[in-house]
Design a protein around this ligand. Structure first.
Ligand SMILES: Cc1cc2nc3c(=O)[nH]c(=O)nc-3n(C[C@H](O)[C@H](O)[C@H](O)COP(=O)(O)OP(=O)(O)OC[C@H]3O[C@@H](n4cnc5c(N)ncnc54)[C@H](O)[C@@H]3O)c2cc1C
Length: 399
């Protein structure tokens, strides 16, 4: 595995760094740094989305013919790493990272021509309607009912944990269109407009006080059948294809950034002149975390090496997803430990971009506690750690 950059890739990295230096404003950096959740708020991720769209870099993983950058694997890695190290905001994954690649793989020419440019420009903002109150890990058991009426489906039921449904104007979703055979055989993949009559979005507020996810109710919602992706009752294939993209992303760079922040904080002296970094117990934890982040980095390299040879991320993406989720959670725990009682001060106003209010404790620490809470969800969202472990047991260990 050769992990050195060619001269061409080094030049590309310099170009990316120059772009980030010029394009990232204080507001962008603050929005990313103050984001307590897994998903950046609509206003700030779209502000960054528009900058990238103007530059032609909003869809690093899409082929050029569809408006993507057409970058090779190494360029995409450099981009992810440099944006992570620079503390750039993230873009919302539902359109660019999931719906777009899914349409490129399975959409009709008309669907691609209509939706892809609108994802790129930011005109359309998508949410993902997979999970239901009684179907998460066992997704094939989903029951949101779709009954045929003329040229339409009529939908009744509910989706839950729908990230950013309160911002989205579109949803891609799975519906139960036939329950006579195997559960996987009667599922249809649909696209719908969120302003269709009969849709109601109810907020679910996390323990940290942030609002990212929702429950969405469907009461006789009519969706034209031309909005089916793939074939009627054959949506399971499309659904699984999309999940590869949802779980594929890694990005050890953001772990390195979080670790660096933690190291800086632990170097601060307290009122008695002591540093947490000098405490042997804490220092051991920090060094163990650093070793694990390095191991995650090399897992990412292994995935890249496999993909460079024409393979797919495969079960390694499950390993990567689990390790990254655990490490993110662990680093957030160490950050709370570092800040001690300052972590527990409730001061949401101090997390507002551009605010000028007095902060209790270190200004960069105001997200520590909400992040600690919110990151509990990272081992659940996108497939739980236990489900990823089952995949690894089956696909890697052959159990
Ligand atoms: C922050 C967040 C955002 C989300 N965003 C979205 C979204 O935008 N759209 C969407 O559709 N969904 C979304 N989800 C839902 C997410 O995909 C589900 O929560 C997840 O798939 C788990 O499903 P569940 O919550 O029903 O838990 P369950 O499947 O009921 O699992 C409960 C527990 O049982 C364990 N378990 C289940 N099956 C097995 C098994 N076979 N072997 C071992 N253990 C098992 C699980 O690991 C878990 O610990 C989001 C979730 C979160 C937390």
């Amino acid at each position: 595995m050769d992990i050195s950059f060619s001269a061409q890739h080094q030049a590309f990295r310099d170009e990316v760094r120059t772009f980030l230096d010029n394009a990232l404003t204080d507001e962008h950096r603050q929005a990313a740094a103050f984001c307590p959740g897994m998903f950046l708020d609509y206003e700030y991720n779209m502000a960054w989305h528009k900058v990238l769209y103007k530059q032609g870099w909003v869809a690093p993983a899409w082929p050029k013919e569809y408006g993507g950058t057409g970058w090779d694997l190494m360029q995409r890695y450099i981009w992810t790493t440099e944006t992570g190290l620079a503390g750039a905001p993230t873009t919302a994954p539902m359109g660019l990272g999931m719906c777009g690649p899914m349409l490129i793989g399975h959409g009709t020419e008309a669907q691609k021509a209509y939706y892809l440019p609108r994802i790129l420009s930011g005109e359309d903002y998508w949410c993902q309607g997979y999970s239901e109150p009684t179907s998460g890990s066992d997704l094939a058991s989903l029951s949101l009912k779709a009954v045929t009426d003329g040229e339409d489906f009529v939908l009744n039921g509910s989706k839950i944990w729908t990230t950013h449904a309160h911002y989205a104007n579109r949803m891609f979703l799975l519906v139960r269109s036939d329950d006579s055979g195997k559960p996987q055989d009667g599922i249809t993949f649909l696209l719908l407009d969120m302003d269709t009559p009969g849709i109601k979005v109810d907020p679910i507020v996390f323990a940290s006080g942030t609002h990212e996810v929702n429950q969405v109710f469907f009461d006789d919602v009519r969706v034209p059948k031309k909005n089916i992706v793939g074939e009627e009752n054959k949506g399971w294939t499309v659904a699984k294809y999309l999940l590869e993209f949802e779980r594929g992303g890694g990005g050890a760079a953001r772990l390195h950034t979080a670790l660096g922040k933690l190291k800086r904080f632990s170097q601060a002296t307290d009122t008695s002149g002591q540093k947490l970094a000098d405490d042997p117990t804490f220092s051991k934890k920090l060094h163990e975390a650093a070793v694990q982040v390095e191991a995650i980095q090399f897992t990412e390299f292994r995935i890249m090496a496999a993909m460079a040879k024409g393979g797919s991320p495969g079960p390694e993406s499950s390993i990567m997803k689990t390790l990254s989720a655990r490490m993110n959670q662990y680093l957030s725990e160490l950050m709370v430990e570092t800040l001690a009682f300052y972590a527990s001060v409730h001061q949401p106003q101090a997390r507002a971009v551009g605010q000028n209010v007095p902060v209790v404790g270190p200004a960069n620490g105001v997200t520590a506690f909400p992040r600690y809470f919110n990151l509990r969800a990272s081992s659940i969202a996108g497939g739980t750690n236990e489900v990823q472990a089952n995949i690894v047991a089956k696909m890697v260990l052959g159990l």
